[in-house]
Design a protein around this ligand. Sequence first.
Ligand SMILES: [Zn+2]
Ligand SMILES: [Zn+2]
Length: 455
Amino acid sequence: MQLYNTLSAEERARLIDEAGKERLTLSFYAYAKIEDPKKFRDDLFIAWNALDALGRIYVAHEGINAQMSVPADNFEAFRDTLEVYDFMKGIRLNVAVEQDNHSFLKLTIKVRNKIVADGLNDDTFDVTNKGVHLRAKEFNNLLEDPNTIVVDFRNHYESEVGHFEGAITPDVENFRESLPIINEQLQDFKEDKNLLMYCTGGIRCEKASAYFKHQGFKNVFQLEGGIIEYTRQIKEEGIESKFIGKNFVFDHRLGERITDDIIAQCHQCGKPCDNHTNCANDACHLLFIQCDECKAAMENCCSTECQETIHLPWEEQVAKRKGLQVGNKVFRKGKSEALKFKKSGNLPDAPLAKAETKDIRQKIKVKKILIGKAEHYYSKSKIAQFLIENNGLAVGDKVLISGPTTGDQEITISQIFVNGAFSEAAKAGDQITFELPFRVRLSDKLYKILDSENA
Ligand SMILES: [Zn+2]
Ligand SMILES: [Zn+2]
C-alpha cells in the first residue's frame, strides 16, 4: 500500500494541467482526542491519495490541521472521508477565495506533537473551554463597541499586509510568543473589557481563547473560521469588510486580497505595496515585501549582498555558504537590517494606496499573442523552460510572462536555446530555455508583445 508521495512537484503539476480539471484550495482543523495519530495519518493518506487530494496536513493526539487542494469533482467524496470520524462530522471546510490549481503539489501528512505550536502545557487548563464563537456580522458589531479590545493572533509579516481596523498586532514571529505578551498588556482589562480575537482560519484563537479564559478574562470572543470564513460571509451576505488589505496565506500565493487597500510598503523603496516574496538568493530566502520596480532592479533579492551572490558561479555560492550561519537563521523570520521600510508592532489603519483593479490593468493596451507556457524553472542556474505552442519566437522579441504569482513581467529575449542548441528562432512545438532573473511558475503564460502603447 502506498503511504507516501511518489511524484515530484513538476510531474504533479503537469498531471494537473493535463487533467484540466478545476481544483479547490481549502483548509480545516479540528481539536479531538486521537488515540493513534500514526494510524489516523496512514488511513487519511490512503483515502485522500485515491481522490487525488494534495496538501500539507498535521495530525497529533490533539487533532488535525489541514491545508489542501482537492479536485472539485471529488469534493463530496472528500467530505465523505471526513464524515467517517465522529469529531469531523459536519465540519466546515474553508474554501479559498481565489482558486489556484497549483496551490499544493504533494500530499504530505505529518504526525506532530501538537497541531499548533503554542508552547503551552495543556494540563493546566481545559482547551475545550473556549471563547464565544462569532460570525462576521456579530464580529463587526462587537468591533464597534468601545468596550472591545481586538487582538490579531498572527505574526508580524501577516498583520503587516492586512488586519482588522484598530487591532492590536503583536510584533511576534509565532503564536507561542504572542500569548504572554498579550496577557501582560491586557492585565488590567480582564474583568470588564471584551477580548475579541482573530487569526487566519480560527485554529490559533480556539486555543488562545481557552488560555485567556484560564488567565481570568471574563468576556472572550473569537472570530469563528478566522479571516477566511469572515471573507466568505461578508461576500455572501453583502456585509462591509472591517478587515483591510490582504490575508496572508501559507501557500505559494502568499496572500489573498480582501479589500483593495494597500496598507504596507515596499521594504526597499517605501512605496505602497503588499506583495510578499522570498529573496532569490536560495541561501537567504528571506520573506519580505518588494514592489515590481525594486524586484526588477534588485533581481528579486533582499540586499545587494544577495544580488552579488546570485551572480556567482553555483559552486562559489555553495562554497560561500559552508560553515556560515546563513539563510533564515541569520534573520528573524522576515526581518533584516537591509529592509528599511519593514514595519511591525503598531501598524497603521489608514490605507496608503488602492490596489489596481483588473479594469484599470486592461486599459493598458498591449497587443500580444499567446505563444506558449512555462514548463520548468531551474532556480540554481536561473533558467526558465517554455513550450512554444503557437506562432514563434525570435531573438530580439519582447515577451510578457504572466501568471497569478509571477504577475506580469516583460523582458526582451537576447538568447534562446531551442531543443538543446542555441538558435535565432523557435517555432510551435519547440521546447526552449533562456535565462530569466525571476522564478516562473508552471503554466505561467508566455506572450509575444507585438506593439505596446500605454494608454
Ligand atoms: Zn520598491
Ligand atoms: Zn537575501
